[in-house]
Design a protein around this ligand. Structure first.
Ligand code: HEM
Length: 431
């Protein structure tokens, strides 16, 4: 058994959390290059941690050894959302997943379709009306918030605009607390982001409890009738599902899709994606491969073990870095290039080598719902518009935390397609 490349440093002084959170992609790239290995150690959150940047090691962590590398119950997520499936382990996690997955499958999922279609249409039909360039990330985040609050809480923006705005504002305050230091300080005229977040959480929980008691329809109704471990479990899960995290992740993917397919040089890609749903699927796989919304996930070793043949002691942290896993040259040739056809060629049938939605027994329970929503939105855009950056030259350098998106929010113009014409045909001279 070999020793992990790199150095886990000494307590506090050797901690590299700041370096990692400042620029996680460069942090990993530098170390992968230095150690010539896609698995290495460093110190994160003041804990010796193995960083996983290869497909094979990611699968080992999340699939084969998921009973050794466990979720951290003291994670910040527990602080903000309470006890949810996200930070639970063992039998309790299995039972929770069994219950919750029902809400994201079969009949429940199908009954969401009409609402998804109506929200997409209402938002996207006005993309070109202002005549001004659109800040797409913000537009997609608003659209996704409407989706989430309507689906999970039965609060629809067009029916209850004030309540909708109030919840959206509370979710934002709650979110800002999640990413601020967990210090609950409150003095007159000043309160830390974290204590404001806790107040927002209280108000959100009141709204959620009221819904769970009085609304017997849709997702809320089904959730309140599930066999969950205790009376607050349904409310805490709803808090998680309506949190700002999910709209941000959806907006991240939609922004990356729109940017990848913008401009005249992508006319053919857009045309093919309108007519061929399988091709659109491959485009979206390539979008999540190159620009996964979340940088990755974290586990703790419950006993001594190995990853990629390296010794990993008990209590070590283990993080998989989606961005790096998805660019593992052993699996993805020309890893930095946007090549949707790789998914019908060399990488056909290898979707399980991605980890944008996690992997293995603790993968994302909302992945199918997300897939439906993304395809509905992307198909609407492709059928109704051609689009390009405005101004044409913008700094599109990505930041990766808290979700991936260009650091400077990009703006685009959307031009309606003439009836009978398809995306970009009027510009197919390639000017
Ligand atoms: C673009 C949208 C989304 C992305 C990128 C995403 C990503 C992820 C990832 C990476 C994980 C695994 C985390 C880990 O390994 O530690 C995960 C887990 C999870 N996701 Fe999602 N997710 C999305 C949408 C959703 C939606 C719409 C829901 C439900 C409303 C949802 C609910 C969950 C839950 C409950 C888990 C925890 C599962 C468990 O621990 O067993 N996600 N998601």
């Amino acid at each position: 058994m070999s020793k992990l490349p790199g150095n886990a440093g000494v307590s506090l002084l050797g901690d590299k959390s700041m370096d990692f959170y400042r620029d996680p992609v460069s942090f990993c790239r530098q170390r992968v290059d230095k150690h010539r290995c896609r698995v290495f150690q460093s110190r994160l959150l003041n804990r010796p941690t193995v960083f996983i940047c290869s497909v094979r090691a990611m699968r080992e962590l999340l699939c084969e050894k998921s009973n050794i590398f466990l979720k951290d119950p003291t994670d910040l997520m527990t602080n903000m959302y309470g006890d949810t499936v996200v930070t639970t382990n063992g039998e309790e996690a299995c039972l929770l997943r069994l219950s919750l997955c029902n809400l994201f499958e079969g009949h429940c999922l199908q009954s969401s379709r009409d609402y998804i279609t109506s929200v997409c249409e209402r938002h996207l039909k006005s993309l070109s009306t202002s005549g001004q360039p659109e800040c797409i990330y913000s537009a997609f985040k608003y659209l996704s918030t409407e989706l989430v609050l309507g689906l999970f809480l039965n609060v629809k923006a067009e029916e209850q605009p004030e309540l909708f705005q109030k919840i959206m504002q509370l979710c934002t305050q709650h979110w800002h607390g999640l990413i601020s230091a967990p210090v609950n300080v409150k003095v007159p005229l000043w309160s830390s982001g974290f204590s404001t977040a806790l107040e927002a959480r209280e108000k959100l929980m009141q709204i959620i409890m009221d819904k769970l008691e009085n609304d017997k329809h849709g997702f809320v109704g089904s959730l309140s009738s599930l066999p969950l471990p205790n009376s607050s479990s349904a409310a805490q899960h709803l808090l998680l599902f309506i949190s700002a995290l999910i709209p941000k992740a959806l907006a991240s993917l939609l922004t990356s899709f729109t940017l990848a397919l913008s401009g005249n040089h992508q006319v053919d890609t857009r045309l093919q994606a309108i007519d061929d749903l399988d091709y659109l699927h491959r485009v979206l796989l390539e979008v999540q491969r190159l620009w996964p919304p979340f940088i990755g996930g974290r586990r703790i070793a419950d006993q001594d073990s190995t990853i990629a043949g390296f010794h990993v002691p008990k209590d070590y942290g283990a993080v998989y870095i989606s961005h790096a896993v998805h660019r593992d040259p052993e699996v993805f040739q020309q890893p930095d290039s946007f090549l949707p056809d790789r998914w019908s060629g060399r990488n056909a049938g290898q979707e399980h080598f991605l980890c944008s939605f996690g992997n293995g027994s603790r993968n994302c329970i909302g992945a199918k719902l997300t897939d439906i929503f993304l395809k509905e939105t992307c198909t609407y855009l492709l059928k109704h518009y051609t689009w390009s950056l405005e101004p044409p030259s913008q700094d599109l350098e990505y930041k990766w935390l808290p979700v991936s998106r260009p650091a400077n929010l990009p703006t685009l113009t959307f031009t309606p397609l003439n009836q009978g014409k398809r995306s970009g045909e009027e510009n197919s001279s390639g000017c």
